[in-house]
Design a protein around this ligand. Structure first.
Ligand code: IMP
Ligand code: MG
Length: 190
């Protein structure tokens, strides 16, 4: 049985970033990253599932050689706040020693996820490590962490769409929107 309304947009309070705005920003972000890496090959590490959509679109706007790998990190499950320390669930296949890593995530919130993953990657002795996030909720930081490339700074609202989920739903919304508070944390959602 469907647990969301059939029209995903109806579950939003409002749209925060439209598909068109996302497209425009990604083109610019791609240019920024292209410039930053000059003659270097990039090893992109995408934190899945959230960063899947962003990574796929962004990498096609970067005009440098790119290798891609993914890392899976436990996160919110069915809650809108992260309480526990993030756990690495599935790790890298690529050797990243002496490589230029671009770590990509959908959103920088408390900073816990990216700081844990960045720490793990640094142990593998890359030539450089930069981070790129689509969204940055600067006001929510609990650990000191800033990304090198940021798509949009956003206020402290729980957002879904364009890869961002609530209990694995809404990732396929083409826009990013604020989920209605009444739909956050329903206990029956598996
Ligand atoms: P952090 O570890 O608190 O920085 O959280 C980062 C992770 O939490 C991201 O990779 C997202 O998966 C998730 N997250 C944080 N805020 C939101 C949100 O507003 N909507 C959906 N997921 C979020
Ligand atoms: Mg996530």
């Amino acid at each position: 049985m469907l647990k969301t309304t059939p029209n995903l947009h109806a579950d939003l309070d409002s749209i925060l970033i439209t598909e068109q705005r996302l497209k425009r920003r990604l083109k610019k972000l791609g240019e920024e990253i292209t410039e930053a890496y000059e003659d270097k090959e990039i090893t992109a590490i995408s934190i899945i599932n959230g960063a899947i959509f962003f990574t796929a679109d962004l990498l096609r706007k970067i005009h440098r050689p790119v290798r891609l790998d993914c890392i899976r990190v436990s996160s919110y499950r069915n809650h809108t706040t992260s309480k526990e320390k993030p756990q690495i669930l599935d790790t890298l296949r690529l050797n990243v020693a002496k490589q230029h890593i671009l770590l990509i995530d959908d959103i920088l919130d408390t900073g816990k996820t990216l700081s844990v993953v960045a720490k793990l990657l640094k142990k593998r002795r890359p030539a450089s490590l930069k981070t790129c996030v689509l969204l940055d909720k600067q006001g929510r930081r609990e650990v000191d962490f800033e990304a090198d490339f940021v798509g949009f700074k956003i206020p402290d609202n729980f957002v879904v769409g364009y890869g961002l989920d609530f209990a694995e739903r809404y990732r396929n919304l083409p826009d990013i929107g604020i989920l209605k508070p009444s739909l956050q944390n329903p206990p029956e959602w598996g």
